[in-house]
Design a protein around this ligand. Structure first.
Ligand code: SF4
Length: 146
């Protein structure tokens, strides 16, 4: 299967996990559901601007849509090693997006199970198929530089 198919599959699983977290948050209170959805969207855009914006492989992005979005946000590509601040910001936003929902998902065991399954499948897909095919040598997860 082409690497891009795996990229799309990982996006679908992560988007599915976020959708479940929004649904469960909404059941707690509409403000929580909307607030979390906004946080997830803003986090994604910041990560794309900060991380994908410097990615040398963004024109052949394994995640298909993130590269083009990065091009829209940052037209000029300036490739350089990621700074500690950029790596920390990316990690914190990812953690906020995917750890925060556990605070309310535990009240919905079935939703929590599907959420965890989507995250695990997405992580396996990215680790086994998407990252190995990526040429972003500056990424700490990339094997392109080794
Ligand atoms: S390959 Fe990775 S870092 Fe590069 S644009 Fe795509 S998702 Fe972002």
């Amino acid at each position: 299967m082409p690497a891009r198919v795996y990229g799309v599959l990982s996006l679908v699983t992560f988007a599915g996990a976020v959708a479940i977290a929004v649904w469960a948050g909404w059941r707690e209170s509409p403000a929580l559901g909307v607030g979390y959805a906004a946080l997830a969207l803003v986090s994604l855009l910041v990560i794309v601007a900060v991380f994908c914006g410097k990615c040398a492989a963004r024109d052949r992005c394994g995640h298909v849509v993130l590269g083009p979005i990065a091009r829209l946000i940052r037209k000029e590509l300036k490739v350089s090693p990621y700074t500690s601040l950029e790596l920390t910001l990316t990690s914190v936003l990812l953690a906020l997006t995917f750890v925060l929902p556990l605070g309310w998902l535990w009240r919905y065991p079935l939703a929590l199970g599907v959420y965890a399954l989507f995250l695990v499948l997405g992580a396996i897909d990215v680790g086994a198929r998407v990252c190995p095919a990526c040429n972003n040598a500056a990424c700490p997860l990339s094997k392109a530089s080794s």
